[in-house]
Design a protein around this ligand. Structure first.
Ligand code: EPU
Length: 439
């Protein structure tokens, strides 16, 4: 448990390293190479440990230099002796993360078969994998769902195909990329996701020898090649973590320099931050985010796929919006069930109402489906410390910053979950002046 004493503005410097949502995928890509790969700026987070474990189960030799020697967070991955992992060993990873589903394409190319455990990840909606399985079948794989996991086989070399995704899913786009690069012939992917993390994965694959073009209007074309080599790559910085600290500065009335944060992948976030009244200064070494010292303004926004406002920026921002004057409206269009974390904020004193209707300019997929996917936040409201249980990664971050913004003490249970995606979370908070203890 984390005991948080609220009321202190967070001030100081934190560093963000490689994006969780690129690093894990680039690590999977190393399976496709005939020679070793080196990935830099890898954060020490649980998701990286999980993927490292899964790679090792498949015969990939990994080596992470201790941070003292290599503050760069460097991981070496040697896939020369790749082999099928034992099903019970793989199964031990069931429920741990969503990344195992991306092992399918690389394992089918290298070994002709794959076994994928039941997936984990945050419970922020149903999170089906139908797009992934449909796509893999289109490439020629056989997919057999068993009670313990999914068995896949490639009776012959997978072949390129034409795919149109029903929705620009990040994971399904990555699935297509990681499978098409070594399939026979050309693959055309329509309605692809084009998040910066996906573009960085494209850069990794190009270094490995892949031929990938990204056209306008979400079309990606991949010409399959016969073999790929290893890569050396520095992961792009984690813009979700950077946005989380930015919202923490606003919510607590503080000032945080996020070293490593970059402007371009955060342009949409920065616009919203400025509309609320937040101040920022783009520097060579990062971005300085600060509370203006005057009242924050309300905002209306919709989460969306890139270049829209990321769904993962939403939860920490909601805490800042509880301190803004007037009515803020958030229409969540990526996940159907991503406002569960607001219950705890309401218990702490926030005024947040959830709606099933689409409270945004564009009706979304969830409009007629009875999901509470729009939120109206009325502020400013004082928050008071409470007992809180961390529900998921991003919702959990917002609970902790709400506790820091609140008057009094909060007991935050399950905060270890934050280690899945935030490196050195409690140390960073302490360095920003947070008053808290782990009993
Ligand atoms: N979807 C389907 N069927 C599928 C795949 C997706 O219906 O087969 C739906 C999902 O249910 C969701 C929407 O499509 O409603 C978008 O899902 P997407 O596939 O884009 O998400 P993901 O790949 O599972 C990644 C990140 C998430 C991030 C989303 C959106 C990783 C490991 N996870 O998830 O990050 O929210 O993209 O940007 O890359 C996080 O970091 O905390 C996190 C949840």
């Amino acid at each position: 448990m984390l005991i948080v004493h609220g009321g202190t503005p967070l001030a100081g410097t934190v560093r963000v390293r490689g994006a969780k949502n690129l690093v894990s995928k680039a690590m999977v890509a190393s399976l496709l190479g005939e020679t070793p790969s080196v990935l830099r700026s890898v954060p020490r987070i649980r998701d990286v440990e999980i993927v490292t474990g899964l790679l090792e189960l498949h015969g990939v030799r990994t080596h992470t230099a201790p941070d003292g020697d290599q503050p760069d967070g460097e991981i070496h991955m040697d896939p020369s002796n790749i082999e099928s992992g034992s099903i019970p060993d793989i199964d031990a990873h069931a429920g741990s993360s969503r990344v195992p589903i991306l092992f399918c394409g690389p394992l089918l190319h290298r070994l002709g078969q794959a076994f994928i455990p039941d997936l984990g990840g945050c419970r922020i909606g149903d999170r089906p994998i139908n797009f992934h399985l449909d796509v893999l079948r289109q490439f020629g794989a056989t997919v057999d769902k068993t009670p313990g996991g999914i068995k896949l086989e490639a009776p012959q070399r997978l072949t390129g195909t034409k795919v149109e995704l029903p929705y620009p899913s990040v994971g399904a786009t990555e699935q297509v990329l990681l499978t098409a690069v070594r399939a026979e012939g050309t693959t055309e992917l329509k309605n692809a996701a084009v998040e910066p993390e996906i573009m960085d994965l494209v850069a990794v694959l190009q270094k490995m020898g892949a031929i990938i073009s990204v056209d306008t209007d979400r079309v990606i074309r991949i010409e399959g090649v016969d073999s790929l080599r290893g890569y050396t790559h520095r992961a792009l910085p984690d813009r979700i973590e950077a946005g989380s600290w930015a919202s923490a500065a606003l919510a607590t009335g503080g000032k945080i320099l996020v070293e490593g944060a970059q402007q371009e992948p955060m342009i949409t976030f920065l616009n919203v931050f400025r509309k609320i009244g937040g101040e920022f200064d783009i520097r060579e070494d990062g971005i300085l985010f600060a509370h203006p010292g005057t009242e924050l303004q309300s905002v209306a926004l919709e989460t969306d796929v890139h270049p829209g406002f990321m769904t993962d920026w939403q939860q920490p921002l909601v805490v800042a919006l509880t301190q803004a004057k007037g009515l803020s409206i958030i229409h969540e269009t990526v996940y159907e069930n991503r406002f569960g974390f607001t219950d705890a904020l309401v218990r702490m004193g926030a005024n947040i109402q959830l709606y099933r209707e689409c409270l945004g300019g564009t009706p979304c997929r969830f409009g007629r489906m009875n999901f509470n996917h729009s939120a109206v936040i009325s502020g400013p409201t004082a928050l008071t410390g409470k007992d809180i249980e961390i529900p998921d990664l991003r919702g959990g971050f917002s609970h902790v910053i709400a506790a820091l913004a609140a008057e009094g003490t909060s007991n935050v249970r399950g905060f270890q979950l934050l280690n899945r995606g935030y490196e050195d979370f409690t140390h960073k908070l302490e360095s920003l002046g947070a008053r808290m203890e782990i009993p």
